[in-house]
Design a binder for this molecule. Structure first.
Ligand SMILES: Nc1ncnc2c1ncn2[C@@H]1O[C@H](COP(=O)(O)OP(=O)(O)OP(=O)(O)O)[C@@H](O)[C@H]1O
Ligand SMILES: [Mg+2]
Length: 303
């Protein structure tokens, strides 16, 4: 039996599929196998993740999309070692994850800077905790701050920064400890679209220049396609890997990448995976129950 080609294969030029093949030949940085997780609430067991299986390779940028509540944040927290593992295994460079560690950095949606510390002190914090002298920590922190163009704000406090500036600090604070994996849970969701695109470009620039594997959770399909080498699509109830989509776009990505026909085809494909049409039908049924105007009343046609 011959399988039908994947709908996105048409957009894979030889150069792109060669690149994707080379990524899969790099050393594995993150290995997840047979991973499962349940929570218990009021005596009820809620199976959140089931049989999660995937690898991320050296310097790969993986995005994760899936319906709300499918377990994306739980998965990131398990990789970070902030949540226990029920079944299965997570390894970072061959070492099983058994708790938090400096080989993993994390950036959340909410700005997680210490409000009583300056930008420089925030970035220095992990470095001094990790055993660096104050002088070394300070000079390294200043280099990171310089990298993201915030040198004039080194002594400013978080409340004096815009949302985008705060997230730049959160990213370099996580990167200063030189983790192997950077876990990002909807880090740009609170930013307006223009700042969001700028931050995506910043992130790609940083990523291209350092040895880091990124695991990036988002609800925004544009963001996922723009950033990712591969996109992990999760199903809900319980969260499972539905498909891992290779993004058929060359690098470097640019602002006009968003208008590329391959970009739009990928978006359409992902949209169907993440928002199956049945959801809209369910919503329609529920809406008819809460409509304030009786359905059979004479109302002007809004279309
Ligand atoms: N500490 C916890 N205790 C009990 N249930 C939890 C806990 N953390 C998460 N859950 C449940 O696990 C499920 C998945 O939550 P999670 O936050 O991982 O989803 P998500 O995919 O990140 O959602 P969203 O896209 O809305 O951020 C939800 O049903 C949630 O209620
Ligand atoms: Mg979440």
């Amino acid at each position: 039996m011959t399988l039908a080609p994947h709908p996105l294969t048409t957009w894979q030029t030889n150069a792109i599929s060669d690149r994707n093949r080379r990524i899969l030949q790099r050393p594995k940085v993150l290995e997840i196998s047979g991973l499962g997780k349940s929570f218990h609430h009021k005596g009820q067991k809620n199976k959140v993740l089931e049989d999660i299986e995937f690898n991320a390779y050296k310097r790969e940028l993986i995005c994760v999309v899936g319906p709300s509540g499918c377990g994306k944040s739980t998965l990131a927290r398990m990789i970070a070692g902030l949540e226990t593992i029920d079944v299965g295994q997570i390894q970072v460079e061959g070492q099983p994850v058994e708790g938090p560690g400096s080989d993993r950095g994390m950036v959340f949606q909410s700005y997680s800077l210490f409000p009583w510390m300056s930008v420089k002190e925030n970035v220095m914090f992990g470095l001094t905790q990790g055993g660096h002298s104050k002088n070394t920590a300070e000079s390294e922190a200043l280099q990171w701050i310089d990298l993201v163009g915030l040198e004039k704000f080194a002594d400013a406090y978080p409340h004096q920064l815009s949302g985008g500036m705060k997230q730049r600090v959160a990213i370099i604070r996580a990167l200063a400890n030189q983790p192997k994996v950077l876990l990002m849970d909807e880090p740009f969701a609170a930013l307006d679209p223009q700042n969001r695109l700028k931050m995506q470009q910043y992130l790609l620039e940083i990523w291209q220049n350092i040895d880091i594997t990124i695991f990036f959770i988002t609800h925004d399909l544009d963001e996922a396609i723009y950033l990712a080498d591969r996109i992990l699509v999760l199903d809900a109830n319980p969260g499972r890997v539905h498909e891992i989509v290779s993004v058929p776009l060359p690098r470097p990505r640019q602002a006009n990448t968003l208008l590329d026909p391959a970009f739009l085809a990928t978006k359409e494909y992902l949209h169907r995976l993440v928002h199956p049409p049945q959801v809209e039908v369910d919503l329609e049924a529920k809406l008819s129950m809460v409509r304030l105007v009786p359905v059979n009343a004479q109302v002007p046609d809004i279309f």
